[in-house]
Design a protein around this ligand. Sequence first.
Ligand SMILES: [Zn+2]
Ligand SMILES: [Zn+2]
Length: 343
Amino acid sequence: MQLYNTLSAKEREKLIEEAGKDRLTISFYKYAHIGNPHILRNHLFITWNEMEVLGRIYVAHEGINAQLSVPAENFEGFKNHLDSISFLENVRLNIAIEQDNKSFLKLKVKVRKKIVADGLNDATFDVTNKGIHVGAEEFNRLIEDPDTVLVDMRNHYESEIGHFKNAITPDVDTFRDSLDIIEKDLAEHKEDKKLVMYCTGGIRCEKASAYYKHKGFKNVYQLEGGIIEYTRQVRDQNLENKFLGKNFVFDHRRGERISEDVISHCHQCGKPCDTHVNCANEACHLLFIQCEECAEAMDQCCSVECQEIHALPIEEQKRLRKGKGASNKIFKKGRSPVLKYKR
Ligand SMILES: [Zn+2]
Ligand SMILES: [Zn+2]
């Protein structure tokens, strides 16, 4: 039985192009007790591989977190399969705002300790005592309330290109860091303010809201389904959109536009821009914001140094990387002294 990818990303890309069929980018998550994540992992891989589903899925004893690309014609079959797994019956599917047939090029189902690397010791608090879930309409009302403190639970490179009006956007590299910073900043207001939080698809707020309640915050709210579901509801129900800019996503699209506002800047020349790229030098791979002019001038590199390496023959580049370990696997996200205009 084949339980792993046999096609490379390039081969897959070609197949998708040749097929010319629409695919849907979908995400979902569910906290649930899973006895044997390895069995579930293999079951999902075998079934979804047959349906030509691609994506990145984490399975753990605590649940499942999935980001997927599903052929539109197989969507019903996919949904029926989810419904056949008891704890996933009627799970909310977040459907991407902007579709891209190449959002994922491989199917990776991984067994992990946790479905979000949140750095929390779950044994120290009641993870089921979550905040109040609110939909878009209620969220819009709440964030206009002067007694509300609105916090963005994502990392700096995500909120940089898009966030809700008036949100606190911690300048952090990890989820764990933001928990501490927010708690410290709001220590005075644990009882008198409403703490309203949001993230991309809702999963980070599930633990964060329980954590803050454990830390003594009395009024904790979380945006149901995150920015993705908010945007869907705003469009469906004709509500006012209070999200500015782009929603950062963790697939090949890198971001989806929610409003026309461009709130960030090219990290190389400073002009308004919200396009994330990875440095074309494989050994660097730095994630940063680069405008088209700078991309052209710099060969999509973050620095002259990387540009020089990138210009070398591939074999020479490989030789240079040798022995330096997996430096390009360490995701350097949006921080480097070479980026003049990073805030
Ligand atoms: Zn530029
Ligand atoms: Zn670079």
